[in-house]
Ligand binder design. Structure first.
Ligand SMILES: Nc1nc2c(ncn2[C@@H]2O[C@H](COP(=O)(O)OP(=O)(O)OP(=O)(O)O)[C@@H](O)[C@H]2O)c(=O)[nH]1
Ligand SMILES: [Zn+2]
Length: 361
């Protein structure tokens, strides 16, 4: 049909809908359900869901483990809403950062019958929208037609899943930039074709594409890069990388908008609230329902390729990054350690990353 959105465009719409608190319809064969993010749920939507049937709260297996709820569906659990469960109950189950203020109301009963595919798809979408991985799901009487009549975005699992090849990026704008630490450079803004985040590449000097280039894949850290947080080493790593490239006369720094290892700033602040309660960086992610690292490293490789780089000397302490670049077509001829900004405040954080995430100190 003329003007019909593509699958990637439908997913982008669905992410925006979830962030607004709008229900999204998810269909697969003859099965259909509406999904609403627990985080953006309003009392009105909850009342509508209850009026239309009996929703369940789908959470990731990570969150279920903290809640001591049995995850019969492997990577997720479908929690039944008890009678009288209100907005506060849903929020408290979804968001652990206020656990101390609102003690959890277990025990939880979880569904063990077949059929968690629609729930799983809705949780993936919530993560893509940088929302907490917790979604209210209600079977939709009337299926696709009812969803269209209510003007809901419809995602069909047969056609509208995440693109296995990842997004394609266009270099939409670039300009010269003189920099304090790196000298003359050029900033490029890359825009994906799937409505996701834009990412930036900073070319330092005039790197020779036929030689391995000094490269850094830096993941956005608002608190470290901008505010000078002492909780992590991101800010000093960013500045040290730029300075090294300036000294070398050439380099490429990718500034990837994958804040908080891909969970977004709001969720990272929830993780920080948990860290203030004594949980380490990995435990905090798990309690929120996320994996240790939710970043998509294919993006960095795609941008390097787009800029014409095939071989890099990668500034990193993370062996997983090296492996992901190699797996995605970028040859890492050398890993260049990037040790900067170790302080008393971040010593425990860095030790946890070394012990649990394989980072080299
Ligand atoms: N979720 C979460 N993200 C964090 C935390 N501290 C820093 N980050 C994010 O972690 C990302 C940087 O990842 P790091 O683990 O420091 O390092 P790396 O990129 O894996 O490896 P290097 O190349 O050695 O820097 C940035 O996106 C930060 O915003 C935290 O406690 N929780
Ligand atoms: Zn940081």
């Amino acid at each position: 049909m003329l003007f019909a959105p593509t699958p990637a465009e439908r997913r982008a719409r669905a992410r925006a809908d979830l962030r607004l608190g709008l229900p999204v319809a998810v269909v697969s064969g003859g099965a259909a359900a509406v999904a609403v993010s627990a985080e953006t749920l309003t009392a009105r939507r909850l009342a509508e869901l209850r009026q239309a049937g009996t929703p369940v709260l789908a959470v990731s297996a990570r969150r279920a483990a903290t809640l001591k709820a049995r995850a019969y569906d492997g990577d997720l659990a479908r929690i039944e809403l008890p009678d009288g469960a209100d907005l506060m109950w849903v929020r408290a189950v979804a968001d652990p950062s206020a656990d101390l203020a609102t003690p959890l109301k277990g025990p939880f009963t979880t569904r063990r019958d077949e059929g968690a595919d629609l729930h799983r798809a809705a949780l993936v979408l919530a993560k893509e929208a940088r929302l907490l991985p917790a979604v209210l799901v209600l079977p939709l009487e009337g299926g696709r037609e009812a969803a269209r009549a209510a003007d809901l975005t419809v995602l069909d699992l047969a056609t509208d899943g995440p693109d296995p090849a990842g997004a394609a990026f266009a270099d939409v704008a670039g300009a010269r930039l003189p920099m304090d630490l790196a000298g003359q450079g050029r900033v490029h803004v890359f825009r994906p074709d799937d409505g996701g985040e834009e990412h930036y590449a900073i070319e330092v000097g005039r790197p020779d594409r036929s030689q391995p280039v000094l490269a850094r894949l830096h993941s956005a850290c608002f608190t470290g890069d901008v505010l000078g947080s002492l909780k992590c080493d991101c800010g000093p790593q960013l500045r040290t990388a730029l300075a090294r490239m300036g000294e070398a006369g050439a380099g490429v720094l990718l500034y990837l908008n994958q804040e908080g290892r891909g969970i977004g700033l709001a969720n990272k602040m929830r993780a920080y609230a948990l860290q203030d309660q004594g949980f380490d960086t990995v435990e905090a992610n798990h309690r929120l329902g996320f994996e240790d690292d939710e970043r998509d490293f294919r993006i960095g490789a795609a941008l390097l390729r787009g800029l014409g780089f095939g071989q890099v000397r990668l500034l990193t302490n993370n062996p997983a990054k090296v492996a992901m670049m190699q797996a995605n077509g970028i040859e890492v001829v050398d890993r260049v350690p990037l040790r900067a900004g170790h302080t008393a405040e971040n010593a425990a954080y860095l030790a946890t990353k070394a012990a649990k995430s394989g980072h080299l100190l």
